[in-house]
Design a protein around this ligand. Sequence first.
Ligand code: ADP
Length: 335
Amino acid sequence: MTTVNIISLNKTYPNQSLPVLKDFSLSLNDGEMVALLGPSGMGKSTLLKLITGIERPDSGDIQFDSSSILNVDPNKRGAVLMFQKSYLFPFLNVEDNIGFGLKVQGASSETIHTEVKRMLNLIGLPGIEKRKPGQLSGGEGQRVALARALVTNPKLLLLDEPLSSLDTTVRMNLQEAIRNIQRELGVTTIFVTHDLGEAMAMSDRMALLLNGEIVALDKPENLFHRPRSLAAARFMGVSTFLSGSQLPVKKDVCSSSEKMFAIRPEHIRIQKEACKDSTPGVVSDCVFRGEYIEYQVNINEMIVRARMPMPAPMFTHGEQVYVKFAEEYLFEVEN
Ligand code: ADP
């Protein structure tokens, strides 16, 4: 059970002019899973390397339960990493792979046997002790890798895009499995991903990392529905931004022409007939996605993107339509 405090970390790699992490701070409560979300190249893996001790920060501190770990030997820090690939030892069977960390710690073969069995039950794969990694599917391999990471009872679990190489069904099953196991063991976890859906499904809080800085940190539902900044809103899939003067409705709270408002695509409706507070426009694109349809509508050279669940009215390119913004879902964002 561990609280983690990452305090004002700065890191610039040798021969690089720009820092990868700038004054980076993040705190995790005991047993919390925080998703670190961001496009690639933003410094997510670098953070994990600093925590595990593969790299050292230029300044700042990393504390587990209020004690700095920067001068603790990397393999004594109690932070374990699970990667996109399972990296199991191919010549060892599942039991020896999972028990490896305990063996290194000097545990008895009886303890190792009991703990491996416990972990195999936990990951939903009892009885596969004698199989070799080559006899496991991608999803099973990742489950075993998770068991290997957790068997030593780590202080902090670091997941670096652990599901990105798996197909959708296996991925969804594993999202659920990892989340349940993480909750059951109560292990504090940082989950690195560039996948918004995955971050939302798995985390207690999401931290959005852009250019080495956290630009938003909140519960998934808050960040998804009300991101505070323009950059965070864009990453959350919001693409319609309106100045106060462009608002089709008067937002009584704060309608000022300098303010910027945003609305999610699913809160914009496209219809054939005009109605109160609707705005005329012309359909400029239309993409059928099965469960929903995406429209782009040109309103006086401003492109608005709407996402309507099926069944939805079908419009064609160039058709004159009316756009209705669900007023209660318009929110203010900072530039
Ligand atoms: P992410 O995990 O978000 O994709 P990384 O932390 O891997 O981002 O990388 C952030 C930036 O730091 C990238 O521009 C990458 O090229 C650079 N970088 C990563 N590792 C090194 C290194 N060992 N030496 C120099 N530059 C590096």
